[in-house]
Design a protein around this ligand. Structure first.
Ligand code: MV4
Length: 454
């Protein structure tokens, strides 16, 4: 077992990883930027090393600085958390070649899943349903037109090196194809240093459904069911839940089975998330795979009682899945998460500054993952997530009621937060009915504006 782990992250996820280390009897080493000197992850770690200035590119993203800290602290392993270096294959490779265990899948698999067209082809070969589209990257505008006519408009072109919505264009006719294709190419080239594009049939109002995978280094895999993350705005998730209100037990079981077989075939290990779009007729189509722990992992933890971060560490230390979790995993109840962001609830502009009052709700079925506290400061240098409010109930109505009361009992003063927005989402009749898709927030904001007469 590891004696000491370096946490290459900050905020609530760094704290979450410290919790796992403490429960496993492993020493936790924090790294921090000059802006994070007074952060809770520094306070609760067994050791902490300052690795550079506030700007992430000079601290948390600075590979030599992170590796040096790991060597100075003499750790056995590095947990990257989410974002930052978590899906950087080169970083994973540098860790391994420096004799530090990277807590995640092997670098080759991170690299392959980062090339979205290759991930798509790999899933297709394993029998995972994908959308009609190009075989790999598109060589030219002419080839794009051929694929579009074969697939049928509307289509979407996506950056092979992309993700998160950049370098994507919806194309509705042959006439607009040249313009859209070239715009996506330029955007991808400047954003990712790689202009390669691939194509898929475009789904107008998809639901975003993702499956949580856990796999050990001995070829054992378990798929822990899905999360519905359809409530998003500009590719930022606001509310997530499990189980999805729109997935049948039959389809869930079928997908769990397909994914367990697929992950074995590709040699995946550690935690991972396979993302799907659900179309209007209820069928699922693979879009991408994330090779890290995700922000919304507590939703799955709540309904499965599996500690995903502890599992990640034990897997990296060589443990077998059968020695980590009780199988079969039978999900129970319903869980919802709200991402509490430091931002204006209508304008969505970031809101940095000192938190003058802070009280997190508690009670039965309520969990709050946060690194914030009263008199704490929200830095403008990093993402705006200040807390995750997660509830669990015996069923969806109980979870909804619990989330409403927990949001009402969350006090954050001194900065703007997304709480008022989430209070209104939780009151929305369509949300309550489970009528959600990725266009929900657009319709919701229109409804809202109409109500206030603006
Ligand atoms: C799509 C799509 C419709 N059809 N692909 C956006 C981010 C990227 N990860 C995938 N995205 C989409 N891909 C096809 N073929 C619609 C989106 C999309 C979306 C997906 C998930 C969650 C929110 C979204 C918001 C807008 C567009």
């Amino acid at each position: 077992m590891f004696k000491k782990i370096l946490i290459a992250n900050r905020g609530e996820i760094a704290l979450r990883i410290i919790c796992a280390c403490k429960e496993l009897g492993i020493k936790a080493v924090a790294i921090y930027s000059e802006a994070d000197r007074h952060s809770l992850h520094v306070r609760f770690a067994d050791e902490a090393l300052c690795i550079g200035p506030a700007r992430a590119s000079e601290s948390y993203l600075n590979v030599p600085a992170v590796i040096s800290a790991a060597e100075i602290a003499n750790v056995d392993a590095i947990h990257p958390g989410y974002g930052l270096l978590s899906e950087n294959a080169n970083f994973a490779q540098v860790c391994e070649s420096s004799g530090l265990k990277f807590i995640g899948p092997p670098p080759e698999i991170i690299r392959m899943m980062g090339e979205k067209d290759k991930a798509r082809q790999a899933m297709k070969r394993c029998g995972v349903p994908i959308l009609p589209g190009s075989d790999g990257v598109i060589g030219s505008e002419g080839e794009a037109l051929e694929w579009a006519q074969r697939v049928g408009f509307p289509v979407i072109v996506k950056a092979a090196a992309g993700g998160g919505g950049r370098g994507m264009r919806v194309i509705r006719s042959a006439e607009e194809l040249p313009r859209m294709f070239n715009a996506a190419h330029s955007e991808a080239a400047s954003a990712f240093g790689n202009g390669d594009l691939y194509m898929e049939k475009f789904i107008e109002r998809p639901r975003h459904i993702e499956f949580q995978i856990l796999a050990d280094e001995h070829g054992n895999v378990v798929s822990l069911g899905e999360r519905d993350c359809s409530i998003q705005r500009r590719h930022q998730k606001l509310v997530e839940e499990s189980p999805s209100p729109s997935l049948s037990t039959e389809l869930r079981n079928k997908m769990n089975g397909i994914l367990e077989k697929t992950m074995k075939e590709i040699g995946y290990f550690n935690a991972g998330t396979v993302e799907f779009l659900m179309d209007e007729d209820g069928s699922l189509h693979f879009i991408e795979m994330n090779t890290r722990i995700q922000v919304e992992h507590p939703v799955t933890e709540s309904v499965t009682d599996v500690d995903l971060v502890k599992s990640q560490i034990l897997i990296a230390a060589g443990s077998k899945l059968t020695d980590i979790i009780q199988q079969p995993v039978v999900p129970c109840g319903h869980s919802i998460e709200c991402r509490i962001n430091a931002e204006h609830p209508e304008k969505f502009t970031p809101s940095a500054g000192k938190i003058t009052a802070f009280h997190a709700p508690g009670g039965t079925g309520v969990r709050v993952d946060t690194a914030q506290y009263q008199e704490g400061v929200v830095s403008p240098y990093y993402d705006s997530l200040i807390a995750k409010l997660i509830v669990r109930g015996k069923d969806r109505p109980e979870a909804l009621a619990r989330m409403r009361r927990a949001l009402d009992m969350f006090i954050v003063e001194g900065i703007h937060t997304s709480i008022p927005l989430q209070q209104r989402i939780l009151q929305d009749p369509d949300f309550e009915a489970g009528n959600v898709d990725t266009k929900f927030m657009e319709r919701f904001m229109v409804k809202k504006t109409a109500e206030s007469g603006g």
